[in-house]
Design a protein around this ligand. Structure first.
Ligand SMILES: Nc1ncnc2c1ncn2[C@@H]1O[C@H](COP(=O)(O)OP(=O)(O)OP(=O)(O)O)[C@@H](O)[C@H]1O
Ligand SMILES: [Mg+2]
Length: 244
């Protein structure tokens, strides 16, 4: 059975001065799929994500979320996206709980559902002890979990995570990884990572980006076959031309 397309990205291009950050990016994520964006530093992963979330405007190309065009209807498209960005984006002085509540209210989540949802998220993420603390006073790992919590509180059909495990210690990485494994059954997730083992474990499909272009796309097995590689790390190094 072919599942419905939740995110469609076509011909995305973006230039910053002399740098062609995106040079024709095409991919689709289907319902219930965890789709990985892999690529070396500066490949264009964050730029792709920032275009999808209307933070920047692409020079060319189209993006649709559940059929809604990001260019012509950004607010409606944004309502469908929960996002964890590279540089955070929560109110430092509010508590973890207040941040989640505010976002849920801004998205028009039914008031009677909000507390229940926050309770459930804090329980799943192991945040009960930290939910009443100011965001700025939390450790990096707990901040990252709160960011994931705020992305989930609007119950979005599409979850976008830009390197959600960056800078976390091994146990915290595992918590996030296990959680992604758990929630990926119910929603569509686009996420970028540098950690090959994580991508191998979690991704249903992935795209490898280099210099703003997709150099391979498919399941881990398909990408390894295409590259003639034993594992994803070897395939990655071969495909981005940095194979020693
Ligand atoms: N606001 C900006 N102004 C100028 N250049 C930018 C801007 N944002 C990104 N770039 C450039 O665009 C290219 C792609 O950057 P991007 O942040 O998308 O890479 P990335 O794949 O997310 O890398 P990383 O793995 O380091 O997070 C880089 O060359 C970067 O320097
Ligand atoms: Mg990035």
């Amino acid at each position: 059975m072919i599942r419905e397309v939740v995110l469609r990205v076509e011909g995305l291009r973006k230039r910053f001065g002399d740098v062609q950050a995106l040079d024709g990016i095409d991919f689709t994520c289907r319902r219930g799929e965890l789709f990985g964006l892999l690529g070396p530093n500066g490949a264009g992963k964050t730029t792709t994500i920032r275009c999808i979330c209307s933070i920047i405007k692409p020079d060319d190309g189209s993006i649709e979320v559940e059929g809604v065009s990001v260019a012509s209807n950004p607010l409606m498209a944004l309502k469908k996206i929960g996002v964890v960005l590279e540089d955070g984006g929560l109110y430092e002085r509010l508590t973890a709980e207040e941040n989640m509540k505010l976002l849920a209210q801004l998205h028009g989540v039914d008031g009677s559902l909000i507390d229940e949802r926050i309770d459930s998220i804090c329980d799943t993420l192991g945040l009960d002890e930290y939910r009443k603390r100011q965001f700025k006073k939390l450790s990096k790992g707990n901040k990252q979990k709160i960011l994931l919590g705020q992305a989930l509180v609007i119950d979005p059909p599409l979850l976008i995570l830009d390197e959600p495990t960056i800078g976390l210690d091994v146990p915290a990485q595992k918590v996030i990884r296990d959680l992604l494994g758990k929630i990926k059954k119910e929603r569509t997730i686009l996420y970028s990572t540098h950690i090959m083992s994580e991508a191998e474990e979690l991704c249903d499909r992935l795209a490898i980006i280099d210099h703003g272009r997709i150099v391979a796309q498919g399941t881990v097995a398909e990408i390894c076959r295409k590259a003639g590689a034993r594992n994803l790390e070897q395939a990655f190094l071969k495909l981005v031309g940095r194979y020693a």
